[in-house]
Write a protein that binds this ligand. Sequence first.
Ligand code: UD1
Ligand code: UDP
Length: 361
Amino acid sequence: MLQHVDYQRHQTASKVVKRVLTVVGARPQFIKAGPVSRALAAAGISETLVHTGQHFDPLMSDVFFDDLDIPKPAYNLEINSLSHGAMTGRMLEKLEQVMITEAPEMLIVYGDTNSTLAAALAAAKLHIPIAHIEAGPRSFDRTSPEEVNRVIVDHLSALLFCPTASSVENLKKEGISRGVHAVGDVMFDATLAAIERAKDRSGILERLGLSPKSYTVATVHREENTADPERFSNVMAWLERAAEQQPVIMPTHPRTKKLLEARGMKLKGVQVIEPVGYLDMAWLVHHAKSMVTDSGGLQKEAYFHRVPCVTLLEGTEWPETIDAGWNRLWTSQDYAPQREISDYGIGNCAEKIAEIVRATV
Ligand code: UD1
Ligand code: UDP
């Protein structure tokens, strides 16, 4: 039986209590939550953290809570390894119950995963206002599961925190201008904090026997590159060709690892390793000569570390990295002339978000 939230009671309470519920579930969301959770606490906002369980291996989940000092989630729904519909549906049902129990004044979600979509749908139906961090990026490819999630969540959100000028423009074209705040990219905050900590705490170069600027870092996990066997083979062959220039180190998402193992693929010149924690990843990318990836986050992080990137996709939701000469699609040969990108801010994005959330509640 569904209980109904007594919003009148909570509206009265909201004059004295600032309570938000944050839903995370996948690796990039733990990373984004690091600086934001700290900033919310500093702004006197009480946060209840819910982990959907979408990512569950210790190296895909626990390690980030340790590396980034994120408080332990109050709930772990343990929903993972399902088709898009089944995963989103089960999360939606459980999150609705959590939201009814917790009756938050606002929901905070990050990015574009199924966990983001399920949380936003549950909150919208309960009339809980939604703050979407990383609102507005678009790849304009509606066959991409992440693009579908982004579009829907943006249209349900009351506060839209945009990381780039192009994100603000994209929302405007879709008729969204209320509640839009260009605050910069919270991943830049996370990178600055990680690089400081990694100096003392990461020994990854020594562990892997690498010297700075002598290797390429690669990651591959997107459905676009893993669902179709022929496409996956092409991407792996591309990496092997890149490895003829210099060694490629590939921290490997479980989905990709399973595929390589199932097909008995041994990649020449590519060192396939387990996923690494955030401090190790920051240190690895910081000292790399180049980056090759289909990760949204790593395309930007490559720029944060001023490492040239090749993106293994047909398009990107981060066009400024291409325009500024730090990124190129694998289908094109040349980089644009290099320049700095001002969009991502100066590392105080999380504080700006916390202030706006506090003023809104
Ligand atoms: C999800 C996000 C994607 C994001 C990525 C971050 C969606 C639609 N996609 O994709 O936007 O870039 O997370 O990494 O939400 N698996 C494990 N152990 C884990 C996690 C996953 O074995 O800890 C396996 C699952 O069993 C599943 C596969 O990896 O078979 C894919 O996981 P899933 O969460 O469905 O999607 P991601 O590819 O991780
Ligand atoms: N990352 C990490 N360890 C790894 C691979 C990635 O810490 O082994 C970090 C990476 O630095 C970035 C984030 O995970 O901050 C990107 O997540 P992912 O590529 O899984 O998802 P996407 O950004 O594509 O949604």
